[in-house]
Structures are given as C-alpha cells and as structure tokens.
Write a protein that binds this ligand. Structure first.
Ligand SMILES: *Cc1c(COP(=O)(O)O)cnc(C)c1O
Length: 610
C-alpha cells in the first residue's frame, strides 16, 4: 500500500526529479527522513533515496555548474545550523570532486545530484553524450559511451506557446486534438491550404510588428527620448518582410553578436530594396554578467543607426510574454551557439509549432531533429581551434545561408503572393517536428526511460520494512570490499572456424578469480573491435559470457565462455571485463567498478580476418 499524505490525501510521491544541482539538497533531506523513519544507516538511507531519484543535468558549460567552497557547506550543515542526523563528512563526500582534474576544495552540486540519484540524464541526445564525457570521472575505468547518463530531449507546452490563430487553424483541419499526440495526426496538417496558412503567418507577423514598435517606444522613452523624437518608430518593421527572430539570454556561448561580424553585408541585406530582411532581437543579461551586457550594448549601437533602425530592433527585458510574440511572429528562428554548448534549446521548438522555420547551428535538439528539409543547418567550423577564426567562418556561413537560401525562398512568391516552396517547408516542419517537440512526448519519455524504473526500484528498496535498501547496501559493501581480489586470470580465444573468418564466430573462454564473491555477483563480458593506435578498442561489440564451471566453495577461479560474431574484415582485438551484477542495480556501471585483464586494456594478440 502506498502511503498517503495526511493533509492532502494524495499518494506520497515515489519518484523525485531533481532538475540541476540547485534542487540537490532535497536528496539530503530525504536521506535524513529515511534514517529517522526507517531506522536506517546513512548508507542504507542513501540507497533508498537514490532508487527513487532522477537527476537531470542541464548544461555542458562548466561555469554553469553550481560549485561552492567546501567550507560553505561545512558552515551550513555543521557549524551554524547543524542538520541533526546527517554526518557532515558523508554530506561533504557527496559533493567532492575526488577524480582526476577535480578540485578537492569545492563542493559540486551536480556531482552530488549524480551521487544522490540512481538515474541521470541530459536534455538532448548530443548533450547526453557531452555529459558522459564531462562526468566520466565519477565512473572511472568506463569508456565514455558507457557512463550511465542517458538523455531525454526537452519539449515545449503547446498551449502556452502556440498562437490562438494557429491552434484554431489546426483544429479546423484536425478537430480531435488527441490526434496531435501521434505523427499521423500531424500529417493531416498538410491538408491546410497555402492561402490560409500564409494568412495565419501574416497575422502573427503583423502582431509582432505592433508589439515590437510599442516595446521599442517604451525603451526609447526610458532612455530619455521625447515623443517628438520618436515618430520614426511608426515605420519600424513591416508586416510583409521576411522576419528573423533571435531571442536569448546572453551567455557568451550563444554569440548574440555573431551576425555583426560582417556589418556591411548584414546592412546590405537589411536595406535591400526588393527583398529585405528584418531582424527582431531580444535579450537579457544576468546582472553580474559584464560580458553579456557588453554584447547587448554592441547590438544596441548597431540598431540605433538611422540607416537600419527600421529593419533591426533590439527589445530589452526578454521574458515569456515577449518570447511568445517573437516565436509566434517570426518566419525564421535563428540560433548560432558555439557547438556543443547548447544543452537543448527550446525557443526554436516554440517557433516551429507556430510555423516558423529554424536556421540553426546543429547543436542541442537541432542536431537530433534537423532532417535536411525542415529548416536549415548553419555549417560549423568546430575543427578550427582559433575561436576568432571559427566565429568568422561561421558568421560567413550564416550570411551565405541568408543570401543563398532563406531570402530567395521567402520571396519566391506566385501571382497571389504565396511563397509555395516556403509553405511546403513550413508544412514539413510541422509534420516532422510537431510530434517530437511537444512536452507530452518529453513526459512520456521520462516515464518510460526513467520514472517507471525509479518507481519500481523505489518500491523494491523501501517496501517490506526497507528490506531491499538493507540488502542492496550490504551487498554493495561486500562487493567493494572484495573487488580488489577480482582478477581475470586467463583469456583464450579460438575461431569456431580455424582460421577465424568474417561472418564466423570467435569463441572466448575466460578464467576469473572472484575472491569472496560468488559467480552470481558479477557479469563477465567479452568485447571485440578494431584496435586504435592507442591500443583501445574502437566501437567494441560486447557479448555476455556465461559461467561454465569452477568457483566452487574451494575458491577455485570461475570459468566463463561465449561466442562473438565476427562482422568486420581486418585486424581486430578482444578483451574481457568483469562488473558487479545485482537485480537492484540500474546499470552495470552504476558502482564504477570494473575489472580488466592485467595489463589494463589487455588486448588479445589480435585476430586478422579476411
Ligand atoms: C523558451 C525560453 C527560453 C529558452 O530558450 P533557448 O532556446 O534555450 O534560448 C529562455 N527564456 C525565455 C523567456 C523563453 O521563453
């Protein structure tokens, strides 16, 4: 039976989702509560807490990770306001950077989050991969690809972000809104007529023009301008001109001013008499971020120029209301972060749902869902080491995209003023991205990949008087104590065919000393792959080996065997590894324990396949 809250009658939550380190201390409070109510040790309470906790890391920018002086945590947990029942040394251990490259004087909130949670994720597929590299030190010995950090790509809430006109249009074509939970429902959007789609886009663009003028007037008044000086604002922006939006908080990786690298070229596009571009920029710098404030000043100076001020505006105080009019009214949503520093990015998703087209560096979500024709990818120059040169190359690429692709497509309009190919792209954007960018999809992913597993684990650990938490803790302690004695004594391989052939199989026999552990406490894998010059296996294929004898009570080594399919021609190497195994572990890498042959890497002699 699940416990219910005495006050509200709601079931007590089973899964706690900590978004970024700021939420991390909730895990400590839960440890404290479990210790008290369940009469558990710190370690047992930690296991119970971890089982029902999901931690999401939100930034690949290391400066964005909360790190405090260790001394601050000592002060708040012990000296000034001691938290009864939580041993200070254990609290400190949770946030310590005790890995290569770490700073022992620092308490790292993300690291604490990962130690308090059995399940961890990043917020896009690329960010998951970047996070696995960034936090690899917590799982020493494991290849980056095996670090147990998965990903769930963010999504956005349609009713919050989609303009009423767009929702109405969608409802006329697909009356049952439940259909929008499925790709087939979104496909029906192609049934919208070009004229009604274009009319809807024009209404939203016009509304943005009006909002932008009002905000611009406010901002000039605040700068001390009198009404008489502001007549020009009535002619700022045009409801029939291609409108690009760029709205950001302004940490440096977002590169607010990239478009200014070639001012003459930008100016030419803004003032083109036939096919002009107009740009609406909104931004907000953190009050302490002097660099960000400088970037905003640079933009503002450019937009003040009387020659371009009717085509490019900067709107201060970027907030949700302003974000709504921008993502609804812009034809193109521009994003040019320094790849791979954008964890996900969601403003482009909001734009896509309103029929905007994304023009973005392939970072965050765009790396995953750009399909070649649902918008544009700005080519990156990541391989260029010099940051200034990289900016210059990417800025040129951005301007090329505008001139060669975006502008011609928008102004390629038929006799009725309809840009047919543009509208095709809008429809393809809605069909291909609509089902993916919704928050409902994101929540389903969280349930399937993380919450369900966490709820199951939590029940197993906390049910039956916390028996599972006690059992898992005792088992982990035993495994940690004994792990130094786990040794791969011997590995033998042979082709099932002799000599081994592509398309055939390799037979592996491993002899493993387990010390005090039982064969059921470990899993043994064989890996085969190409051998890099560094002696590492590249993209190895893993196969589980099965125990075939030995390991009696006499302490004799255990023997494991299995066969690996040989798929690629050329030279390949193999190795064997041992990891802890228990039904209550969420991932074999969870404990960060791994035994490899000695010397480490322990490639076999290599097998050449023809
Ligand atoms: C959507 C939104 C964001 C996040 O957008 P990014 O794509 O991550 O830059 C930030 N601020 C506001 C006000 C938003 O609406």
């Amino acid at each position: 039976m699940r416990a219910h809250c005495e006050l509200t009658g709601h079931p007590e939550p089973e899964v706690f989702h900590m978004n970024e380190g700021h939420a991390g201390f909730l895990g400590l409070e839960r440890v404290r509560e479990y210790m008290k109510s369940g009469a558990l040790t710190f370690d047992q309470a930690l296991e119970a807490t971890r089982a029902g906790t999901v931690f999401t890391t939100h930034t690949p920018v290391s400066a964005g990770i909360d790190r405090f002086p260790r001394e601050l945590v000592e002060r708040h947990f012990a000296k000034e306001s001691p938290v009864e029942g939580l041993p200070l040394d254990r609290v400190l251990q949770l946030g310590v950077e005790d890995y290569a490259g770490g700073d022992p004087a620092v308490f790292n909130m993300a690291v604490m989050g990962m130690r308090l949670a059995q399940r961890v994720n990043g917020v896009s597929s690329l960010h998951g991969a970047v996070s696995r590299g960034m936090f690899q030190g917590l799982w020493p010995g494991f290849d980056t690809a095996e670090v147990p950090i998965t990903s769930v790509t963010n999504g956005v809430h349609a009713r919050t972000w989609v303009a009423e006109e767009a929702q109405d249009l969608a409802q006329r074509i697909v009356p049952d809104s439940a259909e929008f939970t499925r790709p087939e429902g979104w496909r029906k959007i192609t049934g919208a007529s070009e004229a009604e789609l274009w009319e809807m886009r024009r209404i939203l663009r016009e509304r943005l023009v009006i909002t932008a003028r009002a905000r611009l007037r406010d901002s000039w008044r605040q700068r001390g301008a009198s009404e008489a000086e502001l007549g020009w604002i009535d002619d700022v922006l045009d409801a029939d001109v291609l409108t690009v939006g760029f709205a950001r908080r302004v940490p440096s990786y977002k590169r607010l001013t990239l478009m200014l690298r070639d001012r003459a070229r930008l100016k030419a596009m803004l003032t083109d008499p036939e096919r002009p571009l107009q740009i609406v920029i909104a931004g907000k710098a953190h009050p302490a971020d002097e660099g960000g404030k400088r970037l905003i000043q640079e933009i503002v100076r450019f937009t003040d120029d009387p020659e371009v001020r009717h085509r490019i505006v900067f709107l201060p105080d970027y907030d949700m209301a302003l974000a709504r009019s921008l993502v609804q009214g812009c034809d193109v949503w521009l994003n040019n972060p320094l790849r791979p520093l954008e964890a996900c990015g969601t403003s482009g998703m909001k734009s896509a749902l309103n029929g905007g087209l994304n023009l973005s560096i392939r970072d965050g979500w765009w790396e995953e869902w750009f399909d070649g024709s649902n918008g544009w990818a700005i080519p990156t120059a990541e391989e260029v080491g010099d940051p200034d040169r990289r900016d210059a190359l990417e800025a040129t690429a951005l301007h090329d995209m505008f001139e060669e692709q975006v502008i011609p497509l928008f102004y390629d309009q038929d006799e009725r003023g309809l840009p047919k190919r543009w509208l095709e792209m809008v429809k393809h954007t809605l069909v291909s991205l609509g089902p993916k960018v919704l928050a409902t999809r994101m929540v389903q992913d969280y349930v399937a990949r993380l919450y369900q597993g966490a709820a199951d684990s939590s029940r197993l650990l906390t049910g039956d008087g916390m028996a599972g938490a006690r059992e898992l803790t005792a088992w982990k302690q035993r495994v940690r104590r004994s792990w130094n004695d786990v040794r791969i004594e011997h590995v033998e391989v042979g082709g099932v065919e002799d000599p081994p052939q592509v398309g055939g199989e390799l037979e592996v026999l491993a002899t493993v000393s387990l010390g005090d552990l039982d064969p059921k406490d470990v899993c043994v894998h064989a890996a085969v792959g190409r051998v890099a010059p560094s002696e590492h296996l590249v993209d190895p294929a893993f196969v589980g080996l099965v125990a075939v004898g030995g390991a009696g009570s006499d302490g004799a080594p255990a023997r494991y065997s299995g066969t690996i399919p040989l798929e690629r021609a050329g030279s390949c190497g193999y190795t064997v590894r041992v990891m802890p195994k228990h039904p209550l572990l969420a991932d074999p890498a969870e404990m960060g324990l791994l035994a490899l042959p000695d010397p480490p890497g322990g490639m076999g002699d290599g097998v050449v396949l023809r």
